[in-house]
Ligand binder design. Structure first.
Ligand SMILES: Nc1ncnc2c1ncn2[C@@H]1O[C@H](COP(=O)(O)OP(=O)(O)OP(=O)(O)O)[C@@H](O)[C@H]1O
Ligand SMILES: [Mg+2]
Length: 512
């Protein structure tokens, strides 16, 4: 009995040793096969074998939805849609997620919950059960170093992985993924919080997901209260602008049919305080679009300007305020005109390469922006401007006459809107908004003065704003009348002084 047990133990030991020996021999053989074609043959077979083994052990198929596509140029739409879809699924407690991530919500009293990293959520679709997992991975080694001259670290790569059974392959890859994208988009529209972007701190910022993003834009929530309902301007003109905006928003098919990029340029011009910036806020609120406010003097090169454009999203208004002050866009044109006067006959709207290079060199020496007129023209209607669609570009200026005609021609700036001094109608509108009065004995005096003197809506609005607890409509209107009378006196004094100076200049000429 003992002998039998010993022999079986010995046999077991022997077979163990045999197996180990076999493994060592196989490893040696494998080494020996290295460099030979045979290894490829065995490699192929072993890979096929391991795939079969894996499909037995792990029968699920997967789809990965990564956060960034195209070399981190921009965030993938599919990822954003999947994220929105899964946030809703988490909220509705389908799949019972145990570890959640909380972020500030649009509603200040609530938190937006989504599944934490490595968490899973199950979903049902037409009888198929699928599982989503939130995953992160460290940045790729071939991307920029984690810390680069004091810039914040590169964020981990985030992705969602969808697991499903082989038998649901067609359903999941077809209808289910379409369903996720559509539903995700609907959730995004519902939860949309409009943003105001700026390019001033263009070295990246923390994004709405609490992660570092090296986008050229940084943003805050856009919360400007101005709407067309509180913007004082000629009612017909206001209606025309609103109709134009509506036609643009609903014009996707029209733009496709006539073969134009789905974008529209507006030029707002007029003296300071006439409501140009206010109009942009009203436009954004009317259309429910984001606003990208470009500080052109902070853009170093034309390439940077293009990058800014590429990173804007659709349904947005791209604004360049005070375009005449931002850059010397007219400088090259002036040079060219001079040359034309000297007999050079060049095609309108072009500048020579040499002129462009000279200007860039001058600017480089001065350490300023190297954005040129052609860079801005390209930004408005070059090939890149068509990417994405549904964008409005707005330029504002106090001096429309200073702008290069090429910059504001129709097709680039399609609609020119003049914002002017306060007219009687605009005053009555402001009185209703600020003081809630439709009529008042002082209205006639104000109207008569407004016909004689220029005052901006900003100044009228300021006078109509009660500044102390006891002030009412009457005292505010009295203050406005006083301010208008003062403005009239100042204007008359200025005119008289101008005449005096002109007279003495004439006398000097006569003496000469
Ligand atoms: N047409 C208007 N209707 C209602 N409010 C106005 C209007 N115009 C100006 N205001 C008020 O005056 C203030 C200044 O206006 P805004 O900043 O829009 O002027 P602007 O034309 O952009 O001036 P600038 O050329 O100096 O940039 C705003 O806060 C706004 O409340
Ligand atoms: Mg302004």
């Amino acid at each position: 009995m003992e002998a039998a047990a010993a022999s079986s133990l010995w046999g077991g030991l022997n077979s163990g040793i045999m197996l180990s020996l076999l493994a060592v021999v196989w490893a040696m053989l494998w080494q020996a096969l290295q460099g030979l074609q045979l290894q490829q043959y065995f490699g192929r077979h072993s890979r096929r074998l391991s795939r079969r083994l894996a499909s037995i052990l792990d029968p699920d198929l997967t789809v990965t939805v990564a956060e960034y596509d195209g070399g981190r140029m921009r965030r993938s739409d599919a990822f954003k849609e999947a994220k929105a879809y899964l946030e809703r699924a988490t909220r509705e407690a389908r799949g019972g997620v145990r570890h959640l991530k909380a972020e500030p919500d649009k509603d200040p009293d609530r938190l937006l919950l989504s599944m934490d990293d490595d968490e899973e959520i199950t979903d049902e679709f037409r009888g198929a059960t699928v599982t989503w997992r939130a995953c992160t991975a460290p940045p790729r080694e071939d991307s920029a170093p984690a810390y680069f001259w004091g810039r914040a670290p590169r964020a981990d790569r985030r992705f969602y992985r969808l697991f499903f059974a082989e038998r649901h392959r067609d359903l999941v890859l077809g209808d289910y993924l379409t369903h996720v994208r559509r539903e995700g988009r609907a959730v995004m529209v519902k939860n949309r919080q409009r943003k105001l972007f700026t390019n001033i701190s263009g070295d990246g910022s923390w994004d709405s997901d609490g992660l570092w993003s090296d986008s050229v834009w940084s943003h805050v929530v856009f919360e400007h209260p101005k709407t067309f309902a509180t913007l004082a301007m000629d009612p017909d003109k206001k209606k025309e602008v609103m109709d134009d905006l509506d036609a643009f928003r609903n014009g996707k098919d029209y733009y496709a049919r006539v073969g134009k990029a789905w974008k529209r340029g507006y030029l707002l011009y007029g003296p300071p305080g006439t409501g140009k910036s206010t109009m942009i806020a009203a436009m954004a609120n009317h259309l429910d679009y984001d606003v990208y406010d470009i500080e052109l003097t902070s853009v170093r090169t034309n390439t940077d300007l293009r990058k800014l454009f590429i990173e804007t999203t659709s349904k947005s208004i791209i604004v360049v305020e005070d375009i005449d002050c931002s850059l010397d866009l007219t400088g090259k044109r002036k040079k060219k005109n001079k040359k034309e006067e000297d007999g050079e006959n060049k095609k309108d709207g072009t500048t020579t390469k040499q002129q462009e290079e000279d200007k860039e060199k001058e600017d480089e020496k001065a350490g300023g922006s190297k954005v040129t007129l052609s860079g801005v023209l390209n930004f408005i209607d070059g090939l890149w401007s068509a990417c994405g669609g549904e964008r409005i570009i707005v330029f504002t200026t106090n001096h429309v006459e200073k702008l290069d005609p090429a910059l504001i021609r129709r097709g680039r700036m399609d609609k020119h809107i003049e914002m002017s001094y306060c007219c009687v109608q605009a005053f009555k509108f402001l009185a209703k908004v600020y003081l809630d009065v439709d009529d008042h004995p002082r209205f006639d005096a104000v109207a008569a003065l407004l016909r004689e003197v220029d005052m901006t809506p900003a100044d009228v609005a300021e006078n109509l704003t009660p500044k102390a607890p006891g002030e009412d409509a009457d005292s505010c209107l009295a203050a406005l009348v006083e301010a208008l009378e003062k403005a009239k006196e100042d204007a008359l004094a200025k005119k008289a002084k101008g005449k005096e100076e002109a007279g003495s200049a004439d006398e000097l000429d006569d003496e000469e």
